[in-house]
Design a protein around this ligand. Sequence first.
Ligand code: NAP
Length: 322
Amino acid sequence: MSTVLVSGANGYIALHIVKQLIEKGHTVIGTVRREATGEDLSKKFPKNFSFEVVPSLLSETAFNEVFQKHPEIEYFLHTASPVSFHAEDNIKEIVDPAIQGTTLALVAAHKYGKNLKHFVYTSSGATLSRPGATDDVNEELWNDISLEEAKSNSILAYFASKTLAEKKVWSFAKEEKPQFTVNTVLPSYVFGPQAFDKDAKDLNISVQFVTKLVGLKETDEIPAMAGPFSDVRDVARFHVEALKPETYGKRLIVTDPVQFTNERIVALIKKNFPKLNLPKADLNLPVPPQNYKAEATRKLVNFEYVTLEQLVVDTVRQFLKE
Ligand code: NAP
């Protein structure tokens, strides 16, 4: 089994990745921004886990030191990136850490990753099209958001940050020809429970999509919302699958074959938690057609996804326990 470096190991998605990697018998080194976060992770993962503190993704030397100290690293899953839609300075707070952070991680991996075989970048479905676009997308497509647009709109800044950082991964692989291969994982909206129940209070922005609906009153209108989604446990599983050679050099889109709607989520909460007084919701209303066409990915990575109902039940159960 191998040693895997996971950046941003305390993140919502990364915790599930670390959990699954350890379950598979790998040894994980996680990077975190603070010592206390690392100590907390060491309690969560008492075996086959250690951490390194990388206080900023913009520190020129941070990942150098991690690789120098751990020549045994064979795989690097770079998940750390700002997941934020509010910033005083979109470029400084959202775009730069994503692009420069990824560049510095690649450079360090190239220079010091003596035994590094493969680099996985956690990208996003946000790279495929502009916010709100409903046209069909596939593994070949990219949004065209400029840095200029990103300056004044933090949602566009997030979309641009993921796109430009992922493009950096591909251009670095092409131009520098490092000793390792690369691929990228592109989740759509990620929902589902936290990896550990006790983190359920500390909600990630995407868990809140579901838990906000639990707070609706009978007389409230359900906010209209639909889109491609996947369960966080499936997103983590994709990262583990991305270590397999048949996926190298590919963009892997993670999405359930069917879109979610808030109406369906509310209907599923009502069905499974009948004591909650939520607005009326119809489980059988049609959902918008799936515009994420991920056929190329499905040929490489194919397993049965967690259903929307299971996702809702596990998320709400964990949330209500707190
Ligand atoms: P998350 O819980 O917010 O985790 C993000 C991780 O990145 C945390 O460890 C965070 O550290 C670290 N980080 C953020 N900004 C940083 C900075 N400036 N310097 C150093 N570390 C920084 O987010 P997530 O939802 O798990 O997302 C993980 C990855 O998946 C991201 O690359 C994101 O773009 C991608 N993604 C997420 C979704 C989704 O719906 N959640 C969908 C598609 C793609 P702290 O905890 O210390 O802040």
